[in-house]
Design a protein around this ligand. Structure first.
Ligand SMILES: [Zn+2]
Length: 477
């Protein structure tokens, strides 16, 4: 008998970061805290108004559609989705139905190191609704959000687990941020999720349950995991899964029944009479260019620099850091063909990124340049400074935005003559440790190096100092 397999499809709503709203010139400002300020007769649905399409929203939507490898419908149009709800003053939402902007795409991503591909059924344009705030015994409505450009992205039911859904959504958000069309911040409601979950034997689709209003990636993942478990248990007991809409209880972390699924015809869709169809030509579509996308960048960084999967991912998720990495490496290579790239990668990922997180800074906040980092690392390789100093300098640079050249002047290594002198001093001041070393105690050497580090405030090449110290101890015999 076939195994029970979950199939998950997602519906994702994405607010675009345009200057103005979808069909009027009101500002699209997600940070506006004063309610009902960015409104006009169009986005509050007064009688007799005429909407006009925001060209930038259309271009952004095409950008995403291209990045999702979709077929763009050169002829597509808006439809009225009729329903009554207080957040919708027109009693309909302008959306797209039979002919969406784009269809039949896919997104490639990785779950851990495993390659995945999910088909995209459609990407369409619509407008956001107002926001309802429920208080104790009344509700408030804020129309600032009404009419903000919204994209709906619908996948095929290709996802097989809650973890896969999470990885897919994370890749989609990264892609959206690369395109610069939205910040896609779930906490601000800029991206919202719905999941269709069904469980059935083999490849057959089961009864579909829709989980609505998921505001975070964690809720998306947990609600899917719960729903898979619930449906699997029902089926194993021979019980029926009911087609319905369920909500997710954020506190109990369980899904609960809300209502039986309404059918599409309940919305009485019909073509929007106040807006002309969107007619695109290939020339216009071609003018909309894409940057290097995360999936491409991952592949290129891996091939070009021979980095590990984990290193590549850190760089792809930090685009600024990735650019810094590539520029620094090309600077270093101009001086030194054989420079070990791992040193640069470790410094960037473990140290620089760590300091940026510790001090809550961005690379672009600093005056630090790839040439300066290249210079530091060349000095490190030439043993003019040690790794400890590089790390200290980087921390200062991030914390205080200090000038690297000034820091370097203050932190050159002690000269070799000086080092010989200090070694003699350390040997004569630590007779006990010298005795122990001669008796073969390994720890004694470490103790003497520690003393030398304190004398020089760490400004030594440790390997060289260790060799000189051993030589001096032998002479001292
Ligand atoms: Zn308006």
């Amino acid at each position: 008998m076939d195994k029970l397999i979950p199939k998950i499809g997602l519906e994702i709503h994405l607010e675009l970061k345009t200057e103005s709203k979808m069909f009027c010139s009101c500002p699209n400002d997600p940070d506006e805290v004063h309610p009902n300020l960015n409104i006009c007769e169009i986005c509050t649905g007064q009688p007799g108004i005429l909407p006009t399409l925001n060209k930038r929203a259309l271009e952004d939507a095409i950008k995403l559609a291209k990045a999702l490898n979709c077929k763009i419908n050169e002829f597509n149009y808006f439809a009225r989705k009729n329903y009554f709800y207080p957040d919708l003053p027109k009693n309909y939402q302008i959306s797209q139905y039979e002919l969406p902007l784009a269809e039949n795409g896919y997104l490639e991503f990785y779950l851990k190191e495993e390659y995945k591909k999910v088909r995209i059924r459609r990407v369409h344009l619509e407008e956001d609704t107002a926001k309802i705030i429920h208080e104790n015994n009344y509700s408030l409505i804020d129309f600032n959000r009404a009419g903000i450009p919204l994209l709906e992205i619908v996948t095929e039911p290709d996802l097989k687990s809650a973890e896969e859904a999470k990885a897919f959504v994370e890749e989609l958000i990264l892609l959206i941020r690369y395109l610069g069309i939205s910040d896609a911040n779930p906490e601000k409601g800029e991206i919202r999720f719905e999941a269709n979950v069904s469980v059935n034997f083999g490849e057959k689709l089961g009864t579909k349950v829709e989980i609505k209003n998921l505001g975070s990636i964690r809720s998306l993942r947990d609600s899917i995991a719960y729903e898979i478990k619930r449906q699997t248990e029902l089926i194993e007991k021979g019980k029926e899964v009911i087609q319905e809409t369920r909500g997710f209880d954020e506190t109990k972390r369980i899904t609960f029944s809300q209502r039986r699924k309404e059918m599409a015809e309940d919305y009485r869709y019909f073509p929007e009479p106040d807006l002309p169809p969107i007619i695109l030509d290939q020339e216009f579509i071609n003018t909309i260019s894409l940057p290097e996308l995360p999936f491409q960048k991952r592949k290129r960084l891996k091939d070009e620099y021979n980095l590990s999967f984990k290193e590549v991912n850190v760089l792809v998720e930090n685009r600024e850091l990735a650019e810094f990495f590539e520029e620094t490496f090309s600077e270093i290579k101009a001086f030194d063909e054989n420079f070990d790239i791992k040193i640069l990668v470790n410094i960037l990922i473990n140290d620089l990124l760590g300091f940026l997180e510790k001090y809550q800074k961005k690379l672009s906040d600093l005056d630090f340049t790839p040439i300066q980092l290249a210079n530091l690392l060349i000095k490190l390789k030439n043993q003019e400074i040690n790794i400890r100093m590089v790390k200290d300098i980087l921390e200062e640079v991030v914390r205080e935005n200090k000038n690297v050249d000034l820091l370097l002047k203050e932190s050159s290594l002690v000269s070799n003559e000086k080092l010989d002198e200090l070694i003699e001093r350390v040997i004569s001041a630590n007779e006990k440790a010298v005795e122990d070393y001669k008796k073969g105690k390994e720890g004694a050497l470490q103790f003497l190096i520690g003393a030398l580090m304190r004398e020089t405030k760490g400004k030594i090449n440790i390997q060289l100092a260790k060799e000189l110290l051993i030589q001096a101890l032998k002479k001292n015999d």
